[in-house]
Design a protein around this ligand. Structure first.
Ligand SMILES: [Zn+2]
Length: 169
């Protein structure tokens, strides 16, 4: 497994819904979890080069597999620093809803509707964005708030992304 970095078109495609949650998908989710464990709390399919609509996350309470998610409702507003395995060495404060209602299929294929708050809601919104082809850096409103580590391998790609976005605004 290899992490797809910012600059790759794979991160910009909208993910396709999954027809059925299979045991193969659950196994794949488990190996993605092992892969992200040392540094990440979440990993979306496009970040490992897959085009299907699912992500995993673990905020310290065990692994969650989220398939074909839809955000039904958003409430509240909060700002906190985020980073991303696909944008290594880059951190920035990002505005997110503090409460979301999510509809999705779980690891058994069962449809669930659940409310999430605070950090967990933030992680889900970040991973959900990946499935829409969006990265957290796209949500940066003030480029001066970005912190980029000197050895970041994606500094040039990040600059390009922000410049291109500036042109569209
Ligand atoms: Zn990410």
């Amino acid at each position: 497994m290899k992490i797809v970095l910012i600059g790759s078109p794979l991160l910009r495609k909208k993910a396709k819904p999954i027809r059925k949650v299979t045991s193969e998908l659950v196994l794949l989710a488990e190996s993605m979890a092992e892969f992200m464990k040392p540094t990440g709390v979440g990993l979306a399919a496009p970040q490992v080069g897959l085009g299907e609509a699912f992500f995993i996350y673990d905020v310290g309470e065990g692994l969650n597999l989220v398939v074909n998610p839809q955000i039904l409702e958003r409430k509240g507003f909060g700002t906190d620093e985020e980073g991303c395995l696909s944008v290594p060495g880059v951190y920035a404060p990002i505005d997110r809803s503090t409460e979301i209602t999510l509809s999705y299929l779980d690891h058994t294929g069962k449809r669930r509707i659940h409310k999430y708050v605070d950090f967990e809601a933030r992680v889900i919104q970040h991973e959900f964005d990946h499935l829409q082809g969006m990265l957290f850096v796209d949500r940066i409103t003030d480029p001066s708030t970005i912190s980029v580590q000197e050895d970041s391998p994606v500094a040039a790609a990040l600059t390009r992304t922000i410049e291109e976005r500036g042109k569209r605004l």
